[in-house]
Design a protein around this ligand. Structure first.
Ligand code: SF4
Ligand code: SF4
Length: 425
């Protein structure tokens, strides 16, 4: 089987030696961080399997879809609507990257003071180690933060299939009109790519598939409100990360299966950690695979993470799309309405995000919030100050951290997190 994968990876143009090195690091990090956890729900076995095959079986499935006439679309942002891809017989996969790779080459193309997420996306391209990126028929960039916006200009020279979507910066009528125009333009581009015209039936069905996937995650999140927390924050984050890669129907079924198990655990008062373990909400920048640094630190420092206010988490999955429209245009409007509520820090003003963090802290009974900011990420680092203030007004302690994907600051972060957890206890 591995031999089949090697020829598949070669056909995709991957650098096999570099790719072996990446899988080696990923595999041992997974073992040390995930498999070392105690009291894991059995249903996590599915996610362990997905992770062990994330560059194998899942890529084979995507290649099979391509052979059968389907297309693969890669995206770096939760503003790219999966529903439009699915409605045109394409599969959307997340390309956000959570590890440093080929940094010397990256820093020849991007300034050193670029956030780790953008650098990582470039590193995976330059190092030829991401089969999702290499299998994508279209790569979608979006004009969100300045870093990404300018980086896509350079990425456009490295790939020949980059599509750039413009996005509003303000939640105004003009902003909404721009989003609608851009979604219509994206729909046309996807139809041109796949040769499939989106109909009201195909869009309705795609909305149903993505709603079901998000509803399953809502169910999982809601079970994390229990004390003792029936699942660790690391495992909760993993489910949110796999959301971006897995086959949607299979993902939905697997999340529901684990939720059934968690409901039974809650009844038996069985937790991933003991009752009354200090509960933390993480807010801020997205944590893409394999960026497990912060949850690992928190959950080995005497606390449990009960929710993620993040695009790999509740900011990304929060709202469902109204599927009751009877025309294609009504359904496109429903998509615009749904995505326009995403409260990314690129928006100004962004009061809704502060309210959402406060709501989440109350709903998940968080004792404290850790704001996770990637170094050089101006939108989230700037916003972390009003976030802290809004939480302090409610008497909720907040720890603002600023970090990257490197391991150099592990000791220092652990000391700060431990002190914070002690304060909560
Ligand atoms: S944080 Fe903003 S730019 Fe990043 S994925 Fe989320 S919506 Fe997109
Ligand atoms: S983490 Fe911040 S700087 Fe980096 S891509 Fe996201 S919004 Fe932009």
């Amino acid at each position: 089987m591995t031999e089949d994968y090697r020829s598949m990876w070669t056909d995709l143009g991957l650098d096999l030696d570099a790719h072996d090195a990446l899988l080696g690091v990923l595999g041992s990090a997974y073992k040390d961080i995930y498999l070392a956890q105690k009291n894991r729900p059995e249903g996590m076995g599915y996610f362990d399997f997905v992770m062990s095959e994330v560059h194998g079986l899942r890529i084979k499935e995507l290649m099979d879809e391509k052979a059968a006439g389907g297309k693969i679309i890669g995206s770096y942002c939760v503003f790219v609507p999966e529903e439009i891809a699915l409605a045109a017989n394409a599969t959307l996969v997340g390309l956000c990257s959570g590890a440093d790779f080929a940094m010397e080459e990256v820093e020849q193309l991007l300034p050193r003071n670029t956030c780790a997420l953008i650098k990582s996306a470039f590193g995976f391209k330059l190092g030829k180690v991401c089969p999702y990126l290499e299998s994508a028929d279209m790569i979608v960039g979006e004009n969100t933060c300045d870093g990404k916006k300018k980086a896509y200009e350079s990425l456009g020279h490295l790939v020949n299939n980059l599509y750039v979507m413009d996005l509003p910066q303000m939640k105004t009528d003009n902003g909404k009109a721009l989003l609608k125009k851009e979604y219509l333009r994206f729909k046309e581009a996807v139809e041109a790519l796949t040769g499939v015209s989106i109909t009201k039936e195909s869009l309705k069905s795609a909305i149903g598939v993505v709603n079901a996937k998000r509803a399953a995650i809502h169910r999982l999140s809601s079970l994390r409100k229990a004390d003792p927390a029936p699942i660790s924050g690391l495992d909760g984050l993993l489910a949110n990360q796999v959301f971006f890669y897995d086959n949607p129907a299979r993902f939905t079924a697997s999340v529901h299966k684990i939720c059934d198990e968690l409901e039974a655990r809650i009844q038996d008062r069985k937790g991933a950690f003991p009752e009354k373990t200090p509960r933390i909400l993480v807010a801020g920048c997205p944590q893409a695979v394999p960026n497990w640094k912060l949850p690992m630190i928190v959950e080995t420092s005497g606390a449990v993470i009960v929710g993620e206010e993040s695009c790999v988490g509740e900011r990304g999955t929060r709202h469902l799309t109204d599927d009751t429209g009877s025309t294609l245009d009504e359904m496109m409007d429903a998509l615009v309405d749904r995505y326009f509520q995403v409260d990314c820090a690129i928006f100004t003003p962004n009061e809704q995000r502060l309210l959402h963090i406060r709501e989440m802290a109350a709903a998940y009974k968080a004792d404290g919030v850790i704001h996770y900011g990637l170094q050089f990420c101006q939108p989230y680092l700037m916003e972390s100050i009003p976030v802290e203030k809004a939480l302090e007004e409610k008497g909720i302690p907040c720890l603002r951290i600023e970090t990257d994907y490197g391991m150099e600051d592990m000791g220092q972060l652990k000391t700060r997190v431990e002190a914070f957890v002690e304060q909560l206890g």
